[in-house]
Design a protein around this ligand. Structure first.
Ligand SMILES: [Zn+2]
Ligand SMILES: [Zn+2]
Length: 122
């Protein structure tokens, strides 16, 4: 042991946050023969590593893609279909294709139904 290491504060290349390159890490780097300093903070290093190792395998289950995308398309194109209310017999428009045999309600009756159900539950 010839060199005394001291903790060093570096700036992360990815997030721009300062992070500590500890004496222990500097020693470790030196033993491994690394001459350059880490350019990322531990968090970003871990994130980069996770993205590299799990990127291909996890690309399907990635959560953020599925959730955000389907939510947007749902709200974007809402096709209304003409129907006759099963409760009051009024002509109405519903945001789904009315299936025969299933009751369809106008917005007023739908709201009444839902309120009834809520009262039942309470
Ligand atoms: Zn960072
Ligand atoms: Zn109705």
């Amino acid at each position: 042991m010839s060199i005394a290491y001291a903790d060093k504060t570096l700036t992360c290349r990815d997030c721009g946050q300062p992070f500590v390159f500890t004496a222990g890490e500097q020693d470790f780097y030196a033993q491994k023969g690394f001459t350059n300093q880490p350019s990322r903070c531990p968090d970003c290093r871990r994130a980069a590593k996770a993205a590299r190792s799990g990127g291909e395998r996890d690309s399907y289950g990635g959560g953020s893609y599925g959730g955000g995308y389907s939510g947007r398309s749902d709200r974007g194109e809402r096709t209304m279909h003409p129907a006759v209310c099963s409760s009051c017999g009024r002509d109405t428009m519903v945001p789904f294709v009315p299936t025969s045999g299933k009751p369809v309600y106008c917005s007023d009756c739908f709201r009444a139904q839902r309120e009834n159900r809520n009262y039942d539950r309470w």
